[in-house]
Ligand binder design. Structure first.
Ligand code: SER
Length: 878
């Protein structure tokens, strides 16, 4: 059975049991501060369990792209070493929202596995929650009794809180669970050791395939459990493990989910992967296998994250993706001997395999390939630099142990992986001070943890069961009651209160547009709202203090000036998006956007720098739409399919409901929840202020509209006036600047000639000062020259013979500089290196530098240190 069939049969089975089949949510989560990535099928349904939103069906099933690489569920470091953990995996799941419970869930799971997929019953074990006194949750008798009807009792295992009580994160919906494990060992092995004893014992062929969670509780911030308003079912089956079981394999990597990728790696590297059936492989082959598993696993996670709109970057989710890719690059570099980008070449294979079910990967194949290729190239350069730096560290090391702090510097500044450092050191006969490294690492972790610490209290609910409505498309003011309040204490922002009201006009940050600011006003007081954000389905108003009387009636007032400026930038963003697609082509896809009162920023896929003329055309296009005074045509609650059919732009990685809002200005039509102008004339004027690259194949434009354009031109005019005054009000400024440039060039030539003369004179007078120490003709001296002059002088003096060693210091324009010259013969005979000399001496002038072994320079900040540097130079020679 192919993996495609396995997936299809699962969905067909649950459709036949009355489930609505929905698409996978994007991997990267938005609007949920507790979770960065979807780490389970249920994450997108969290609000249904909590009762904050209503699902469109009480029974849903799907396959969800999951990533377990951060937070509570993190498998990253295991991947590659075993045959059944992954960074990205598909989770097949069925859900009941307050509908069926344990009986149906368990019976259907059993029916699907044993009758549809025909897994032999004697290969299956199940587990049931044993109960936990501290949590006050009893043994799951109900699940036990249901299982007893289906399977021999001695195949039912009791499990503790760690294995049989499922929680998504530190907070949120949770409950006891019942897992199904499969034993894939040979008959012979089964006779020797019972499968039961291997369940939950990290045996690679006795693995969990399906988890049935019976959601009954919510874990609160204070750690306690509260009962959920209704009982739900959340199940998750590991798709790749299921394929392993159904395809008669003993490793996920031997299934058709991975074999096409592995074959491509074999082609590229010329190495061979051995399947799990091959026994007694060499240590060398084992390393190759691990590295290939790392690469074919990681490329999936990275490719799908990029396709869902998450580019690798230096912060947050982007950084996690970058680290996964770097782990793969590094395994390739060390164990597959790949010194050139190659992982990107796996993207077409992946797109071919998965594109039918997940079209986002097929449609963005080129972009994903380019982004990965560029990341690879840049990290390989880093590895190269790191290797050189490591050479230096080794050269400076006295003894055989390399300092952990130095290794940490390499890791921290250059992303140079510590295990690679250790490996290289071992090859060179050195050891790494691991304790020192760990200490430095811990220190940094403590620092960043302290900086990002947030403590969130539980909600205090003032009006229970209230569902908040957003009225901000039609109003900027409304009468409200506060429904719930929560206190959040973070190192970054201090103490803030999050306030939820019943019908808010405040737009919460989203779709790139920043959240509204404004006030909550009651008869007696005014509370400043400094920001508005969404958390799942709640709109949170942020305030520095709470009202004295939280039960009073308030008028919620949005700051209209700020909102109006943002709305102009938002509408201009749509027009610019349209302009880019019409001028550059329809390969342009939005890849990120920011809209605030001051400016707009827009990232999009395009493979070349935009020319001046293209930028001009985009500006002209948008300004023409502004002049046309196009009215806003806003349609709310139209079916998603209809909107797309009519030509509305939908974005990859965005989760749309069945009903959407469409924003139209003339021919521009986008699905969008943001705030817009009523007529494009309000934008007044549009001006691009910068264009540049963010990543391979991703460009960024920053632009301004309305008041900011006026300010922009006013500031230009100001500068121009100041230039005029500085030039003493010439009639023609441009002419005045040109003649100044000519004058400058003339002066520079004269100075050059003068310096040449000075060098000649200095040379004559310095010859007598050269000392001979240990057969080396040596001079360390400060000279009154500019850096160019010092270089000429060094070469002139260097011509005196083949045993010259010079350190010249200058302080031209108060900038200290050291120039070191060593005759090539000395470099070779005495193993000297001018680069190292200036790096050492550079410390005295608070600077650094480098160059070649026979000539190098270092610039610094501390003129007063020159004397000491020169004295040290003499000492060194002696
Ligand atoms: N949430 C459970 C899990 O991830 C079942 O879907 O294992």
């Amino acid at each position: 059975m192919t993996s495609q069939d396995v997936r299809k049969q699962f969905l067909d089975f649950f459709a036949s049991k009355g489930h609505l089949i929905v698409p996978s949510a994007p991997i990267v989560l938005k609007d949920d501060p507790t979770l960065m990535f979807n780490n389970s099928g249920m994450a997108q349904f969290k609000e249904y369990f909590l009762g904050n939103a209503t699902p469109k069906s009480n029974r849903i099933a799907d396959t969800q792209k999951c990533l377990r690489v951060s937070g509570k569920h993190n498998d990253l470091e295991d991947v590659g070493f075993d045959t059944y953990h992954h960074t990205m995996f598909e989770m097949l799941g069925n859900w009941s929202f307050g509908d069926y419970f344990k009986k149906e869930a368990i019976n259907w799971a059993w029916e699907l596995l044993t009758e549809v997929y025909k897994i032999p019953k004697e290969n299956l074990y199940v587990s049931v929650f044993e109960g936990n006194k501290e949590e006050n949750v009893p043994f799951d008798q109900e699940a036990w009794d249901i299982w007893k009807e289906l399977i021999d009792e001695d195949r039912i295992i009791l499990g503790n809180k760690k294995d049989n009580f499922w929680e998504m994160g530190d907070q949120g919906p949770c409950g006891p669970c019942s897992e199904i494990h499969v034993d894939l060992r040979s008959e012979e092995e089964k006779l020797q050791v019972s499968g039961k004893s291997l369940v939950n014992n990290d045996h690679p062929q006795v693995v969990e395939i399906w988890n049935n969670v019976f959601m009954e509780f919510n874990r609160k911030a204070d750690g306690s459990l509260e009962k959920l308003p209704a009982k739900h079912v959340d199940t998750g089956m590991g798709f790749e493990r299921l394929c392993m079981a159904l395809q008669g394999k003993t490793s996920n990597y031997d299934t058709d989910v991975f074999t096409p990728l592995i074959e491509r790696v074999e082609q590229i590297t010329g190495l061979k992967y051995t399947s799990n059936e091959v026994l007694n492989i060499s240590e060398e082959q084992n390393k190759t296998n691990i590295a290939i598993r790392v690469v074919v696993d990681h490329v999936r996670a990275v490719a799908f994250a990029i396709a869902d709109g998450q580019l690798p970057s230096n912060t947050g989710a982007g950084y996690v993706i970058r680290r996964i890719l770097r782990r793969a690059i590094r395994y390739g570099f060390t164990f597959l001997n790949t010194k050139e980008p190659f992982i990107n070449q796996l993207v077409p294979v992946l797109a071919n395999q998965m594109g039918e079910f997940f079209p986002e990967i097929k449609l963005q194949q080129q972009l994903v390939t380019n982004v990965i290729r560029e990341e690879e190239a840049s990290f390989l350069r880093t590895l190269d630099q790191g290797l050189q730096l490591l050479e230096n560290v080794v050269a400076e090391t006295k003894g055989k142990t390399v300092s952990g702090t130095k290794a940490f510097e390499l890791y921290d500044t250059f992303g140079f992986p510590i295990d690679l450092t250790a490996l290289i050191l071992r090859e060179k006969g050195f050891e790494l001070d691991e304790a020192g490294f760990n200490a430095a690492m811990q220190e940094q972790k403590n620092r960043s943890r302290a900086a990002s610490e947030v403590s969130t209290e539980d909600w205090s609910v003032l009006i229970p069961g209230n569902v908040e409505t957003f009225v901000g498309y039609d109003q900027t003011e409304s009468d409200v009651k506060i429904t719930r309040i929560r206190k959040v204490d973070s190192k970054k922002d201090g103490i803030l209160y999050q306030i939820v009201v019943d019908n808010t006009p405040f737009y919460p940050e989203g779709g790139g547009q920043v959240g509204d600011k404004g006030t909550l006003v009651s008869a007696n007081e005014t509370i400043e709202i400094i920001d508005t954000k969404k958390e799942n389905n709640l709109i949170l108003h942020f305030a520095k203090k709470l009202p004295e009387n939280v039960n009073a009636g308030f008028v919620a007032k949005v700051n209209q000036d700020l909102r109006s400026l943002s709305s102009r930038n938002h509408s201009a963003t749509h027009l610019m998006h349209q302009a880019l697609r019409s001028i550059l082509g329809t390969h342009v896809e939005q890849k990120g956007s920011l809209v605030n009162p001051n400016y707009l920023r827009f990232d999009f896929s395009h493979f070349a720098k935009m020319t001046e003329s293209e930028l001009q055309q985009v500006e002209d296009f948008v300004n023409a739409r502004i002049q046309e005074q196009l009215p806003l045509i806003e349609r709310r609650n139209i079916p998603f399919a209809q909107a797309v059919e009519e030509g509305a732009m939908a974005l990859f990685g965005e989760k749309y409901g069945d009903e959407v809002r469409a924003i139209k200005f003339g021919e521009s039509m986008e699905l969008c929840g943001g705030i817009h102008v009523k007529n494009t004339a309000e934008i007044w004027h549009f001006k691009i202020v910068s264009e540049g690259a963010v990543a391979a194949g991703i460009r960024r434009i920053e632009a301004i509209t309305s008041d900011a354009v006026k300010a922009h031109y006013a500031s230009y005019e100001n500068t121009l006036n100041e230039v005029k005054i500085a030039l003493k009000n010439p009639q023609d400024i441009l002419k005045a600047v040109h003649s100044m440039q000519e004058e400058n060039a003339k002066l520079a030539k004269q100075i050059e000639a003068l310096v040449k003369d000075k060098v000649k004179n200095l040379k004559e007078s310095l010859i007598s000062e050269i000392q001979e120490i240990n057969g080396i003709r040596f001079l360390a001296k400060q000279v009154d020259l500019n850096p160019e002059g010092a270089k000429d002088l060094a070469y002139e003096l260097g011509n005196l013979g083949n045993n010259v060693f010079l350190v010249l210091a200058t302080a031209d324009e108060e900038k200290p500089m050291l120039t070191c010259y060593i005759s090539k013969e000395l470099v070779a005979d005495k193993n000297l290196n001018a680069g190292q000399v200036v790096r050492e001496l550079g410390k005295f002038i608070q600077g650094g530098g480098g160059g070649q072994p026979f000539f190098a320079t270092a610039g610094g900040k501390n003129v007063a240190g020159i004397q000491e540097a020169l004295e040290k130079a003499i000492e060194y020679i002696k």
